[in-house]
Write a protein that binds this ligand. Structure first.
Ligand code: ADP
Ligand code: MG
Length: 394
């Protein structure tokens, strides 16, 4: 089957297409295909011959989230490039990309069927992952070392910035993480009725908060520090007892390093709140330890790395770099917490709680989020994240 033009695959045509591309060609008759996507933007097919399997991800005609805006299907190419870049940053940390198809805006990649999405493993299966902070901090530190101006040839880095410029997907984050969360421009935000007045007073009418969120938005738009995943939450990470894999990298762009770290920390705080409300102390302790360890390990692994170019400026600025990154981390974590409560893309960790618990959890997360944004300059040392739990209690 050779077509010269894009068409949207379905389970039947995806199986045929995989065979046409040379996957399972000797087993054509036994090939099975199932759409397994739970995302908003794309279609994910698992194609298998009973022994081997691959994943086919195709960018849809419009995003599932919003058909008002069309987002170029070329996002699939950027995602394939980002997955490959992530595998270079830390080998094996993302699914292998087998083939990207320009015409069909799709890619074949490694089937991570032995892994579970971290969010699900935490909140549905009550599992914990003692090595996760070590694993993810290696990825974050290597990202800093290998993609920022500190570790990478400055000319090459600028070409990479150009290659990963991602206007449409960044616009989604600019709108949802910053604008909508602060101003409810589209009127689509919601919280439990008990929290409506709190949100109006402390978020929609809070000019100090708007100012700080605006500064963070501007940094997000202009501070091309390192190649970011761009959407690094617990739903973009696969885990099992042996390790972790990062996936769904279509939001990748060069931005402030603290945006990725902050996103991750926000979602670990959401998982912590879920565990707390459901009285699962092991989950609470794991989340707190992980949040505490990630900034510490990032600084140790990223700043002392032997590959970081120690030129005259970089030696002197080492501490200044990480202090800025950690301050950003706190600020972006705060904004992510707020938007995952008030905004349209709500955190499953909170939505899945029963009604009474949900309102309380929303309030606690919002208070934490506002504090992180407004007081982010108190998080310039790695140990500050640990203190957060001492201050707020659990
Ligand atoms: P979207 O970009 O639409 O959000 P995702 O990349 O998040 O899509 O994928 C949606 C779901 O498909 C994931 O949550 C996961 O369950 C499954 N999936 C995606 N990639 C793989 C993979 N390489 N191996 C196994 N399952 C995958
Ligand atoms: Mg996605």
């Amino acid at each position: 089957m050779e077509k010269g033009e894009y068409f949207a695959l379905d389970e039947k045509s995806a199986a045929e297409y995989a065979c046409a591309k040379g996957f399972f060609c000797s087993h054509g008759a036994n090939v099975r295909c199932k759409e397994i996507g739970d995302g908003n933007m794309n279609y994910i097919y698992r194609i298998s011959d009973g022994e081997k399997s691959v994943i086919l991800k195709q960018a849809g005609l419009s995003t599932r989230l919003s058909s008002e805006r069309s987002i170029s299907r070329k996002r699939n190419r950027r995602e394939a490039a980002a997955l490959e870049a992530e595998n270079e940053i830390l080998p094996g940390c993302a699914p292998k990309v087998y083939l990207y198809d320009e015409t069909m805006d799709c890619m074949f990649m490694e089937d991570l069927k032995d892994y579970t999405v971290l969010r699900k493993a935490l909140i549905e299966e009550d599992r914990i992952f003692p090595d996760f902070a070590e694993q993810i901090s290696s990825f974050l530190a290597e990202t800093w070392v290998r993609t920022s101006d500190v570790g990478k040839d400055h000319i090459q880095k600028k070409y990479q910035v150009k290659r990963f410029t991602n206007p449409e997907l960044c616009e989604i984050s600019e709108r949802l993480v910053f604008d909508e969360a602060m101003f409810n421009l589209s009127g689509k935000n919601s919280v439990e009725p008990e929290n409506e007045l709190f949100v109006k007073t402390n978020i929609y009418q809070n000019e100090t908060l708007h100012q700080e969120a605006g500064k963070l938005k501007y940094r997000y738009m202009t501070e091309a520090q390192a190649l970011l995943h761009g959407d690094l939450h617990t739903g973009s990470i696969f885990v099992n007892e042996l390790g972790m894999k990062i996936f769904d990298s279509e939001f990748a762009f060069y931005g402030p390093m603290g945006y990725d770290i902050g996103n991750l920390i926000a979602h670990l705080l959401l998982a912590r709140e879920n565990a707390r409300q459901n009285q699962k102390p092991a989950g609470v302790i794991w989340a707190e330890n992980t949040v505490s360890k990630i900034p510490e390990l990032f600084v140790v692994k990223g700043m002392d790395h032997e590959q970081v170019q120690k030129d005259a400026f970089e030696k002197i600025l080492n501490k200044w770099y990480y202090m800025g990154i950690l301050e950003d981390t706190a600020g972006y974590a705060g904004l992510e917490l707020i938007r995952r409560v008030v905004g349209s893309a709500k955190a499953e960790d909170i939505v899945s709680l029963g009604q009474g618990k949900r309102a309380e959890a929303e309030r606690r997360i919002l208070e934490m989020g506002i504090d992180l944004v407004l007081n982010r300059n108190k998080f310039r040392e790695p140990g500050a994240f640990k203190n957060m739990f001492v201050r707020s209690g659990s």
